[in-house]
Design a binder for this molecule. Sequence first.
Ligand SMILES: Nc1ncnc2c1ncn2[C@@H]1O[C@H](COP(=O)(O)OP(=O)(O)O)[C@@H](O)[C@H]1O
Ligand SMILES: [Mg+2]
Length: 458
Amino acid sequence: MLTAVYATSVTVNLAPADLPKEGSHYDLPIALGIMAAIGAIPPDALVNYTVLGELALDGTITTVAGVLPAAIAANARGHGLICPHASGSEAAWASQDLDVLAPISLIQLANHFKGTQVMARPRPAVRGLPGAQPDLRDIKGQESAKRALEIAAAGGHNLLLNGPPGAGKSMLAARLPSILPPLRPRELLEVSLVHSIAGDLAGGALTDRRPFRAPHHSASMAALVGGGTRARPGEISLAHHGVLFLDELPEFQPQVLDSLRQPLETGEVAIARANHRIVYPARFQLVAAMNPCRCGHASEPGFTCHRQPVARCIAQYHARLSGPLLDRIDLHVDVPAVAAADLMLPPPAEGSREVAERVAAARDIQVTRYAGLGLPGILSNAAAPANVIEAVAQPDAGGLALIREASDRLHLSARGFHRILKLARTIADLDGATEVGRTHLAEALTYRIDTARQLRAA
Ligand SMILES: Nc1ncnc2c1ncn2[C@@H]1O[C@H](COP(=O)(O)OP(=O)(O)O)[C@@H](O)[C@H]1O
Ligand SMILES: [Mg+2]
C-alpha cells in the first residue's frame, strides 16, 4: 500500500487493483500508512508487518474476522502481525515465533513504536470447557440407537434416526458431542481457520471440542452451504471435522438438502463469486432425525391416519428426501417409542465416559492405520477413499459371501457397497479386530436395510 499526503488531500492506493477487497480490515493499515507518511510514527516502523483491523472514530481498534489465517500467512512471509487487541490471542496460535502486536488503540500502537509504552505479546488462549454436557446415561432403553450412535462417532459415519415424536431422537443426537474424541492438533487448526473467517472465535480462543452445528430447518441455502454478500462459510464448513445435525430432516427445503450431496462426497464446498471462487473445507458428519410421516405416528402398531392410507402418508413424507442423499447415509436406525416400563428403570450403568473411551480407542486405530499407509490426512474410516477402503476392509471368506448375496438383494450402488465396507471396518475397529469378519459385515448391513427400503419408497 502506498500513501502520499499533500497539503489538502490524501491519496491511498490499494494494490493490486484487480483483487476485490471486502470488509473493514483495511481501516487500520490505511490509518497507519497515513501516520507513517505524516511522521506520527517512525517511517520504517511498519516494514515487515502485515496489518489488519477496523477503526472506530475515536481511534480504538475493533476486531475483524479472519485474523488466524492472516497470522499464518504473515508468518509464512516472515512478517510480524498488527491486529486488534481482541484478536491477539487468536493470532498468537499461528506460531510461537510470530511477532504479534495487538493494540487497543492507535495511540497505544504509536506509543509502542516510540518506545514509551511497549506492548507484551498476546498469549494463545484456550476456551474453557463448557459446563456439564448432557450424558448418554440420561437415556433409558434405546440400546440399538445408542449402539448406532457409538459406531457413527467411532468412524465419523452419517446417521439417520427415524421414529415417532418424543422417542428421544433429539435427545440422542444432543449426546453425540459427549462421546466424540477431541480434535487432533491438525484438525484443530483447520477448524479454527474456518471459524476465524466466519468471525466465530469467541475472544480469539480456540477449543479442541469438535463442532456440533444444529441449524433450524428454515435455514437458507447460503446459511447452510455458505455464500451471501461476504461469501461467509456456511454451517457445513463450520461443522468441518465435527457434526452437522439436521433435526426434522424432511422439513428442510429439498434444494437445500440436495446441495449437501457434493460436499458429503468431496469434503469441501466451492462458492462461486462474480470473479473468483472460494473453496471451504466441509468434511462434516451428517446426523439427521425424522418422524416416519407428517403426523409422526405411522410406525406405531394399529395407527390409522385420518387423512389417507398410512403407507401413502409415509411415502409422501419420504419423497421429500432424494435417493442420492439417502444413499450417502451409512446408518439408518429406527428409534421406537420408549415404553413406560423402560422409563421407570434405574439409569443405565454405562454413561458417555465409558462409550467415549471405546470411541477414542477405535479412532486411534484408524489414525495409526492410515498414517502407516502414508495417508496422514485420513483420520477416520468415513474419510477413506474407495480404493483405500477396499484394501483395508477386505472381508474374510464368510464376509465375502455375505456381502455378495446382500448386494444383489439390496441392489447396492457402488457407493452403497463402499459405505458398507467402511461401516464394517469401524465395527471391527471397535471390536479390536484386524480383519473384517462376517459378524461385522452382518451388523453393518442391518443399518443399510432400512436405507434400501426407504430408497425404494422414495
Ligand atoms: N429413552 C428416553 N429416556 C429418557 N427420557 C426420554 C427418552 N426418550 C424421550 N425422553 C423424554 O422425552 C423428551 C422428548 O424427547 P426428544 O428427544 O425431544 O424426542 P424426539 O426428538 O424423538 O421427538 C425428552 O426431553 C425426555 O424428557
Ligand atoms: Mg426431536
